[in-house]
Ligand binder design. Structure first.
Ligand code: HEC
Ligand code: HEC
Length: 317
């Protein structure tokens, strides 16, 4: 499948949602319902595809390595809400700022950790809610059917933007898991987590997103993450830019059959407990854990806002 074509850039603008020429769509699946607005269904399908589908697969049971399927999510919210208004309220409140208190899926929270706050706009969340409330998911291949019905004109997303969304989503999952590990085990315990899980998680996101995604650095902790010659060139250049007060921007290169994107990874305060000064930032116990797992560690002595490495994302045309 061509990922770029099927991944749509959506501007859910008022014109799109409430356009005067909005056709009413009625098919046998919606009999008995008030008419479903096909323009809103189209907007919702695209918003779901672009923002949610990377983590929430479709189908009764899909690839559930990072999150429950959207079928399971929708089911939990429909169970509790018979009207669209109450469904919309519960749904938008959770997605707007996910918390355990608001969760209707405690089992999922236990299994995957709470959904990261992705700062979606209200338009995106409303559009997805409309779509999920009104789509008919009784057949296991409902999503393919919906694409055929509702996905008419698909605006194209630029390669740079597509690659960035892949990197951001991987980062969100990794970051969420890292925070959970620090919370439950402290930073020295989380070193174990990073050691065992970071590469696996990145791999599982890669499978999930059907792209190749890795993190590399010019000063790697894990020798497997050593940057290649091209990657090093970007890193050297990026560091120079930061020195001059310029934020390095992503770099996307087009090849015959695929794209490769580099997306900078900057440090913040939180990173310093494992990547900062060995004198003042990293606790003795943490340093011991790091040294024993990574005898060749080079990933120390960073400050905030420095170029720690890059996401390298490769995806097919
Ligand atoms: C980076 C991965 C990721 C992305 C992207 C993502 N989600 Fe989630 N979502 C999760 C995980 C993990 C859970 C399960 C844990 C939980 O329930 O919080 C979840 C659960 C949910 C739940 C159920 C929450 C509950 O516990 O009651 C809703 C609703 C939801 N997601 C909506 C969305 C919508 C809408 C989008 C897109 C606009 C989206 N998600 C994008 C990871 C993601
Ligand atoms: C709890 C300790 C800990 C914290 C906090 C932490 N890291 Fe790491 N980081 C590690 C460990 C351990 C590895 C090696 C993982 C592996 O084996 O792949 C690593 C690896 C990396 C890598 C891959 C390249 C390499 O050096 O192997 C990058 C990039 C990275 N970290 C960036 C960050 C950023 C950015 C932050 C803050 C947002 C951060 N880390 C916070 C422990 C941590």
């Amino acid at each position: 499948m061509n990922l770029i074509k099927t991944t749509a850039l959506i501007c859910v603008s008022a014109t799109l949602l409430f356009s005067a020429c909005s056709k009413q769509h009625n098919d046998s699946r919606n009999e008995g319902n008030t008419a479903v607005d096909s323009v809103q269904m189209n907007a919702g399908l695209l918003a779901f595809q672009k923002n949610c589908m990377s983590c929430h697969a479709t189908g009764p049971s899909g690839n559930t390595s990072v999150a429950p399927t959207i079928d399971q999510v929708a089911q939990s919210y429909l169970q509790d809400n018979s009207t669209y208004e109450s469904f919309l309220t519960d749904f938008t409140q959770f997605v707007g700022s996910p918390s355990t208190e608001k969760s209707k899926m405690p089992e999922s929270v236990k299994k995957y950790g709470i959904m990261p706050n992705m700062s979606y706009s209200a338009e995106v969340v409303d559009a997805v809610a409309y779509y999920l409330f009104h789509s008919d998911r009784s057949a296991s291949d409902w999503y393919a059917k919906d694409e055929a019905i509702y996905k008419t004109e698909v605006p194209q997303i630029s390669p740079a933007e597509y690659g960035k969304s892949l990197a951001l989503q991987t980062k969100a999952v990794l970051g969420k898991n890292l925070l959970n590990a620090i919370k439950t085990r402290g930073s020295h315990g989380a070193v174990d987590f990073c050691n065992l899980r970071a590469i696996n998680l990145t791999d599982s996101m890669s499978n999930h997103l059907r792209a190749r995604i890795k993190r590399v650095s010019d000063q790697p902790r894990n020798p497997r993450s050593q940057a290649s010659k091209d990657e090093l060139r970007y890193l050297t250049d990026g560091k120079e830019k930061i020195k001059n007060g310029i934020k390095p921007s992503p770099l996307v290169t087009e090849f015959d059959k695929h794209y490769v994107g580099y997306y900078p990874i900057l440090t913040n305060e939180m990173c310093l407990q494992c990547h900062g000064s060995t004198q003042s930032d990293i606790a003795a116990e943490t340093l011991k854990a790091i040294k024993s797992k990574y005898p060749e560690d080079k990933a120390i002595d960073y400050n905030s806002n420095e170029l720690r490495g890059i996401w390298v994302v490769q995806w097919e045309k």
